[in-house]
Write a protein that binds this ligand. Structure first.
Ligand SMILES: *Cc1c(COP(=O)(O)O)cnc(C)c1O
Length: 374
């Protein structure tokens, strides 16, 4: 080898045969083959990897890790929660098809469905999922999918997945659930009959606010379709983010246990506070807890801007689910794409604050909110 060749191949010889305790990062865009027959093995299904856009061990681990927890046959990761939702939807719906979705969706999902899917020729009806007759009334001859979230945002309504599955069976549709807020620690929609479950792994699956990723889980045949959508649309996750997602996923139970109990404490402690009109916190979500998000609606006499300024170490962010407690202003961020009349109907007002409760000491968290409320 000449200098220039050696310069880029020096690492080839560093393979020591040591067994790494953690999965190495396959930070590669492609995989190499001994010869043409070896490469043919990939296309015959005898080898797993060819090109990272189509599949990579680190991103596959994240999909499989979440699938295991969800009780699904298989799972696949993608570049973001939104790209996971898009791939999941396109695996079951094509131009000319129709979707019935809940009207209290996460703003980004609303935007994807109301603006982008319609450009693909897929029609979406948004209805009130607390009313069975509204869901059933929206089903048309070309409906293929019923879509909702296990715990909605920011009012934290717990979806009646049994009812969705019942209607799906009756009309031969697929059910897809965004399980981002609940995580499989609290709710496992597949066990209730949901066909596809999707996550913004940017949130609790990753848990440390250091990556953007999504995961879809389901049966083997459906996930095969979702995986090919991700590959064909080019919305694959990078290997390092896959690795980070797996590292974060390992502490999901520990984080959720602490975050749910802190949230329960905060919700109970803030109820009846004179500067709060209403505390939103669900009950009976699971034996393990009721989630780690608490939403408060500040009283009319409170200066909302002043409240956000006085939060001390609690960060004001447009996201949720990290190990640190943070707050979001839904009107200005997650629900900005939602039309004003729909926002009003959903009770998403300027005085609404969504709290993502972290793993800190619960008394410190409460003190910080008491200070800001004062
Ligand atoms: C954040 C979020 C999404 C979108 O996920 P990204 O990772 O930001 O693309 C979808 N659904 C819910 C419930 C979310 O909170």
């Amino acid at each position: 080898m000449r200098f220039e060749t050696k310069n880029v191949h020096f690492q080839d010889k560093l393979e020591t045969g040591e067994m790494s305790k953690t999965k190495p990062i396959y930070q590669t865009s492609a995989f190499s083959f001994k010869d043409l027959e070896d490469m043919e093995n990939f296309f015959q299904g005898k080898k797993s990897y060819l090109y990272t856009r189509v599949g990579n061990p680190n991103t596959d681990d994240l999909g499989k890790g979440v699938a295991d927890l969800e009780g699904a046959e298989n799972g696949v990761a993608s570049s973001s929660g939104i790209s996971a939702i898009l791939a999941g939807v396109l695996a079951v719906a094509k131009a000319g098809d129709h979707i019935v979705a809940t009207e209290d969706l996460y703003g980004g999902t609303y935007q994807l469905m109301a603006r982008e899917l319609t450009d693909f020729g897929i029609d979406v009806s948004f209805v009130d999922f607390t009313k069975k007759e509204e869901i059933e009334g929206a089903i048309q001859s070309n409906t293929v999918l019923i879509y909702s979230e296990s715990i909605t945002n920011p009012s934290l309504r717990v979806e009646n997945i049994d009812q969705m599955v019942e209607l799906s069976k009756k009309y031969n549709l697929k059910t897809m659930i965004d399980n981002t807020f609940a995580t499989p620690y609290l709710i496992r929609p597949h066990e209730l009959g949901a066909d596809l479950v999707v996550h913004s792994a940017t949130k609790y699956i990753g848990g440390h606010s250091d990556l953007s990723a999504g995961v879809v889980t389901g049966n083997g045949a459906l996930i095969k379709k979702v995986r090919s959508k991700i590959a064909n649309l080019g919305s694959n996750l990078g290997p390092f983010d896959g690795w980070l997602g797996c590292r974060g996923l390992k502490t999901l139970s520990l984080r959720m246990e602490r975050q749910c109990s802190n949230a329960q404490f905060l919700a109970e402690s803030l109820t009846d506070h004179p500067n709060i009109k209403k505390v939103y916190y669900p009950t009976n979500v699971s034996e393990r807890g009721n989630g780690a998000i608490v939403t408060i609606d500040l009283a009319d006499h409170v200066d909302v801007h002043q409240f956000f300024r006085q939060l001390g170490w609690i960060k004001v962010v447009p996201t949720l689910a990290g190990v640190e407690t943070s707050v979001t202003h839904p009107v200005g961020t997650s629900h900005r794409p939602v039309p004003e009349d729909l926002r009003e109907k959903l009770g998403v007002s300027f005085s609404m604050v969504r709290i993502s409760v972290g793993i800190e000491d619960k008394h410190d968290i409460l003190e910080e909110f008491h200070k800001a409320l004062k």
